[in-house]
Design a protein around this ligand. Sequence first.
Ligand code: SF4
Ligand code: SF4
Length: 441
Amino acid sequence: MFAKKTFPGGSHPPTNKRRTQASMIQDMPLPQRVVIPLHQHTGAPAQPIVAVGDEVKAGQKIGEAQGYVSVPVHASISGKVTAIEPHLHPLGGQLPAVIIEGDGRDTWLEQPGEARQTSQSDSKAMVEAIREAGIVGLGGAAFPTHVKLSPPEGKSIDTFILNGAECEPYLTADHRLMVENTEEIVAGAKIILNILNCHRGIIGIEANKPDALAAMRERTRQEKELEVVALQVKYPQGAEKQLIWAITKREVPSGGLPMDIGCVVQNVGTAKAIFDAVVSGKPLVERVVSVTGPIVKEPKNLRVRIGTLFEELIQQTAGTVENPGKLIMGGPMMGLAQVSSQVPVIKGTSGVLLIPTDQAVIPEPQTCISCARCVDTCPMKLVPTELGKLVQHSLFKEAEKLGVLDCMECGTCSYICPSKINLVHLFKFAKAKILSEKRKK
Ligand code: SF4
Ligand code: SF4
């Protein structure tokens, strides 16, 4: 038996992964049209470098990064640019996007695998290849990967953690990737170790994925710098700070970063994308998405071109047995509710979740009964009950003093609250308010 590592606090929502955990990844048919937002990552949006009427090939850069914390975007199919205009975005509102009508030929700028390879002894060249390929964290946060792989002078990294926890209920895209693309993920992890000049890599996988644990252990048996550890099944085990604590017992300081304590964390999907970029010269133009939920007829893990509309993914699963009450990008805990299925898959889309009407009803919040369950379960050791009261009274400065900015919006407190108080909603609001005040100053 291997000891299972974990962190203090957290909760145990039903994992609901059975429907897709054994479903092999299927390639989604080529979409006829894609909508590629220029803003798919944390940081400045990309600027278009194509014009309406241009012919483009798959893998061709169509948007240039603006600044250091930004990445380019690429065409995911070959065809003609028919519009550059605002379009419904899964993060909310309408944002500029490049719309491409496909020619059905799937002609690539450079065939993946035949394209130039990047020297794996040149860290700078590898980081540049990763940036040029438009790679961001594929666990959902979509933070530019080249930034995380470039610790500033004076900060050395002694531990790299590969995140295979996938603790969000329903989602199984990372699970299947670890089983089916083990080789590429491990090769990507070795590239990351090389870039960071780090000699300790730990692959953390929740214990409810025994086949992924076995595949990764088998593949890393001869790898002296890589170790696989089983993690307890607990939410939010895959959150960066909780994963670091579970594995190293180090705590990221308030307002700090993992690299402040010698750690870098990357998701398994990101490691695969890094392999594709460095070894095959392939930019990030597709990803695996779990399309699932209790009412989905044939839930699947689909490999999807970026820019494909959710509506088409849902059609691939034969639709739903009843009209959905809620459509979510991501999982039920941290995912984002969507107003329409006409939104495109972006780099951070890990799942498309369809919830029946009876589960989508938001219960009427009751008075706090001071049970302290939210306090016991908050993985950031915050006091959600007190924070909630402060925000309800618009006492934002006091909420900031009590650490609301450290809230990672995991939703554990809201999930556990017997009075059904939507605490996380209050904290998101407070954080936005405080940060906007700070920006004004
Ligand atoms: S949403 Fe914030 S306050 Fe609530 S449990 Fe998560 S980190 Fe704690
Ligand atoms: S869990 Fe809900 S009812 Fe209990 S103390 Fe926290 S806010 Fe109050």
